[in-house]
Write a protein that binds this ligand. Structure first.
Ligand code: ATP
Ligand code: MG
Length: 413
């Protein structure tokens, strides 16, 4: 789990602002759910044969013996909240969320145990139109963030029934090569062989090149859904790659799955992953509402922003140098006056006195463009001295009445 330091926050803040604006421009409303939920919610929604539930959750007993967990992902909580609050009357419902998630993964580059996600969930829309709109929205977000070189990979998982017949064929194929599988894959072989397709082990991926294809098990409806999805992406000019081995290992997924991937972050290059989960709302006790959504990793997005289009710290415009008898009172008043009168100004007042020399050092370190000097002379004359810190424009005296409008004009400039 990591601290997010002040030097990194400009990227985080720009990301959050851009996501908020972008999702709003596609008609999404934000929802916020608790960080802690009952463990059984995740066991049911994510499935107890998954890495996340088997070994990654931070779970603990409440004083009355209820098992609770820090949320490892956002979808389960959103579905619970939507059902509990009867929000589906307004379907199709477009929601987004953000916040910290917790998984006890092996620490490695691109994976932390507390990480942050933005996610989107759409309920009550079953057509490929929304599947495609989600991709345009992601592309728009990359554009707005100035990110380049992120590719879209897509696949279809068909329906649960179609996957069942594929699963048998895949199981037979993998069983006959059991001695080439790693321990994780052997464990998954009988419980959920589809998840082996998701393996990060290069040897396993190699083996899967000759594996049977799910495509051969798809019926006409599934093929049509996928064809229309691809057609809409073509119309909207979103380039994509069909990756037949892209899966989500959970049973309630159906039809469309997708990932947005970059090669610039090393092995953990997926910045956004999602798909259609038409079975999930029903698993959680609702009517069978179709659902589709994605989650993106904020840490990975920030890392990419840092290399491709870094943001800058919001340094103060003005550092207030206050030296001499009575200047603290007048200085704090002046700073307050400027913040109220000058639209958008950022003022940092010197704290704790000090010589002119040491205060100018602090002013320099603050990154401010201007120093406003209030010494005893200025106090007597009712003026302030303005000094440009980053260029040779020199200095000038202004009266306390003039200073606000001068700063406003300077700022607009
Ligand atoms: P993988 O198969 O790589 O473990 P996943 O299926 O667990 O991926 P999701 O649950 O779909 O991943 O999460 C969506 C996105 O959230 C990921 O693509 C990634 O960007 C981010 N993410 C997931 N886990 C972590 C983590 N431990 N640290 C940082 N980001 C993460
Ligand atoms: Mg994972």
């Amino acid at each position: 789990m990591h601290d997010i330091l002040p030097s990194a926050l400009p990227d985080w803040q720009r990301l959050e602002q851009t996501v908020t604006d972008t999702f709003a421009s596609y008609g999404y409303d934000e929802i916020r759910t608790p960080v802690v939920e009952k463990t059984e919610l995740f066991a049911r929604a994510i499935g107890d044969a998954t890495d996340v539930v088997e070994k990654e959750m931070y779970s603990f007993e409440d004083r009355n013996g209820t098992s609770l967990s820090l949320r490892p992902e956002g979808t389960a909580g959103v579905v619970r909240a939507v059902l509990q609050n009867g929000l589906l009357y307004a379907a199709p419902l477009r929601l987004w969320y953000q916040g910290p998630m917790f998984r006890r993964e092996r620490p490695q580059k691109g994976r932390t145990r507390q990480f942050h996600q933005f996610g989107v969930e759409v309920f009550g829309a079953k057509g490929p139109d929304i599947d495609a709109e989600l991709q345009v929205m992601c592309r728009q977000l990359w554009r707005a963030l100035g990110l380049k070189g992120v590719r879209l990979e897509i696949n279809t998982l068909g329906t649960a029934g179609e996957r069942a017949s594929f699963r048998q064929e895949l199981h037979a194929f993998l069983s006959s090569r059991k001695q080439q599988l790693d321990a994780d894959s052997i464990r998954r072989l009988d419980r959920n062989p589809l998840r082996i397709m998701d393996s990060k082990n290069p040897a396993t991926q190699e083996l899967l090149h000759d594996a049977p294809a799910l495509q051969n098990h798809l019926g006409p409806d599934s093929l049509q859904h996928f064809d229309e999805f691809k057609h809409l992406l073509d119309v909207l000019k979103v380039p994509y790659i069909v990756n037949p081995r892209l899966v989500r290992g959970l049973d309630y997924y159906s039809h469309t799955v997708f990932e947005w991937i970059t090669d610039e972050l090393g092995a953990q290059g997926t910045i956004c992953a999602g798909g259609r989960y038409d079975g999930l709302v029903e698993i959680q006790g609702g009517k069978p509402w179709p659902g589709v959504g994605f989650a993106m990793g904020q840490e990975r997005l920030v890392e990419l922003m840092r290399t491709q289009s870094p943001s800058h710290r919001r340094t103060p415009h003005v550092y207030l140098v206050l030296a001499g008898e009575g200047t603290t009172e007048r200085g704090l008043q002046l700073a307050e006056h400027l913040r109220q009168e000058v639209n958008g100004i950022r003022v940092q007042a010197n704290l704790g006195g000090g010589s002119f020399k040491s205060q100018f050092k602090r002013a320099d370190r603050s990154g401010a463009a201007l120093a406003l000097v209030l010494g005893e002379d200025e106090l007597q004359r009712g003026t302030v001295t303005i000094k440009h810190l980053r260029d040779n424009s020199g200095q000038k005296q202004l009266t306390l009445e003039e200073i606000a409008s001068w700063l406003q004009a300077w700022l607009v400039d």
